[in-house]
Design a protein around this ligand. Structure first.
Ligand code: SF4
Length: 127
């Protein structure tokens, strides 16, 4: 199987090391540029099954603000991010919204919920 050289940034901590990863198929052959072992773990996961935490905003009807920030409760497969984005973009959620409220359960069949990351009062609750 052909070997590839991949460049990636480790997002396991705020340092953000630039990694140079040699991979064969879904296996990592070598990693350079990491400052700790978590960089190697990140590279292995990224090559085998890349995932990301999804974050965006969702429209809110009758809210103090027109949109509410949301995110996936866990990381989702990177290749599903576009599908998830399209599904969430179609939604309008009625106010009030509570932090941690499930906005979409099992989004796109990934088994992961999209949840609100802040409280958002209804318009009439404004003081
Ligand atoms: S390799 Fe280690 S130090 Fe570098 S970004 Fe990843 S976790 Fe942070």
């Amino acid at each position: 199987m052909e070997e590839r050289i991949l460049s990636m940034i480790c997002v396991s901590c705020p340092v953000g090391c630039d990694l140079k990863v040699q991979a064969r198929g879904k296996e990592v052959v070598s990693v350079e540029g990491h400052s700790c072992p978590r960089g190697v773990d990140f590279a292995k996961a990224e090559v085998a099954n890349p995932t990301r935490v999804f974050a965006t905003t969702v429209r809110v009807a009758g809210g103090k603000l027109p949109v509410c920030p949301v995110r996936s409760r866990q990381a989702v497969p990177k290749e599903r991010l576009d599908d998830i984005s399209r599904e969430v973009a179609r939604l309008t959620v009625p106010a009030p919204v509570t932090i941690g409220q499930i906005i979409v359960g099992d989004v796109c069949g990934t088994g992961v919920d999209i949840v609100a990351t802040r409280d958002l009062a209804a318009e009439e609750e404004r003081s």
